[in-house]
Write a protein that binds this ligand. Structure first.
Ligand SMILES: Cc1ncc(COP(=O)(O)O)c(C=O)c1O
Length: 406
């Protein structure tokens, strides 16, 4: 049986009558940019996240760019970003003329390592952008302490993590601001590009609101040089149809993840990441002492595949279920094995950002990002979307089991 990595149609077509009604409502309103549909969405999301301000914007990328512009970050400034993430996190830093400084990530939860971040702070560092990757919160306690100590703005890249929690608190409500994406493949996906910027800081929210519309306030009077970061009323209206179902989508993803972990852990050579392998775990350093000299997070050579695991104080929302496949060439062999059975899988991300051609001259820090480099050679994401059927996830698990036995 063929199993897609993702099938957006299943979720959206199930809501066809409501989505069509939302379209007709917008069509007949004559109001197509920003407006009451967006204000209503912003209010709902702000309430869900427990933040004072939520600002709908054109994309997750633009939410990050707008945050950096609102902070007046530019040439001569440095911004700490993970080496292992989607391009936009660092691309926005370069777009405002600042220097991305690449920080290594935790090999267990894939998120920014606060200890490596601390080593890379200089008098030029103005901000840090932890990413809550694949639906799992970064080590926010340590990162917030680091930001406070060095007076850095903390911008959460929560593009993949709407509703993920750190010690009970939603991501995007913890730092100065949070950037969310509603790209169609995200856990809450629009039918086009859309994003959101959150904050509890009134002055920051004011600046961002003005910058969203070319720095204009009042109309045709420009206090700042902004850009067009507006969100369409139509995307807002469609998102409002989907938002009441979001808790169900999340539960389905969590059930799929629990199924894979429970089922695959029974195969010799496959095991979940140990909680103490996560840099954020209180016993991490003690647990590493006396281990074999393999890099932290790696297992003995008999160990073939590490399954992802949530750190104890986190609620994971599983934007991706990402395996680590150990041994030279083994990840690509598993990918080929799945492809030969028509099972969708994808490498997020095959090249770390410090190794991208565009960052060879205007960045630093990448040379010490050893866990990130190892992950780029080992990671593989498998189908986890909410509408995956029990038969489909069974097929995926069986294919991985057969690979592990080879
Ligand atoms: C970690 C991360 N940051 C930023 C973005 C940018 O979001 P968008 O695609 O909505 O611009 C994405 C989405 O692809 C992402 O995964």
């Amino acid at each position: 049986m063929a199993v897609p990595l993702l099938d957006l149609k299943r979720q959206n077509v199930a809501l066809e009558p409501e989505l069509k009604a939302a379209f007709e409502r917008v069509l007949r309103s004559g109001h197509y940019i920003l407006g009451p549909e967006l204000v209503a969405l912003e209010k709902d999301v702000a309430q869900f996240l427990g933040v004072k301000h939520a600002l709908g914007v054109s994309s997750g990328t633009d939410a990050l760019l707008l945050a950096l512009m609102a902070l007046d970050i530019g040439p001569g400034d440095e911004v700490l970003v993970p080496a292992f993430t989607f391009f936009a996190t660092a691309g926005c830093v370069a777009r405002v003329g600042a220097t991305p400084v690449f920080v290594d990530v935790c090999p267990a939860c894939f998120n920014l390592d606060p200890a490596d971040a601390a080593k890379k702070i200089t008098p030029r560092t103005k901000a840090l952008i932890p990413v809550h990757l694949f639906g799992h919160a970064a080590d926010m306690d340590a990162l917030l302490a680091l930001a406070a100590k060095h007076k850095l703005a903390l911008i959460e890249d929560a593009a993949q993590s709407l509703g993920a929690r750190h010690s009970g608190r939603p991501v995007g409500s913890l730092g100065l601001c949070g950037a969310f994406s509603f790209f169609p493949t995200k856990n809450l996906g629009a039918l086009g590009d859309a994003g959101l910027l959150t904050t509890n800081d009134d002055a920051f929210a004011d600046r961002a609101t003005i910058l969203r519309v070319h720095g204009m306030k009042p109309k045709y009077y420009h206090q700042l040089v902004g850009a067009n970061f507006r969100l369409d009323a139509l995307q807002a209206a469609l998102l409002r149809v989907k938002f009441p179902h979001y808790a169900d989508y999340t539960r389905a993803r969590q059930a799929n993840a629990a199924f894979y972990t429970q089922r695959l852990s029974q195969t010799p050579g496959i095991a979940p990441a140990r909680p103490e392998d996560c840099h954020a775990h209180p016993n991490h350093h003690a647990a590493q002492q006396g281990r074999d000299p393999a890099p932290a997070g790696n297992r003995p050579s008999s160990h073939k595949i590490t399954l992802p695991a949530a750190c104890p104080q986190h609620e994971h929302i599983w934007n991706q279920y990402t395996l680590r496949v150990h041994g030279p060439g083994r990840r690509d062999a598993l990918l080929a094995h799945l492809q030969s059975r028509q099972i969708g899988a994808e490498i997020y991300y095959p090249v770390t950002l410090d190794q991208q051609p565009c960052f060879q001259t205007n960045s630093r820090g990448g040379e010490t990002c050893t866990h990130s480099h190892a992950l780029a050679a080992e990671v593989l994401s498998i189908p986890i979307f909410p509408e995956l059927t029990p038969a489909e996830r069974d097929e995926v698990a069986a294919a991985i089991e057969s690979f592990a036995k080879l």
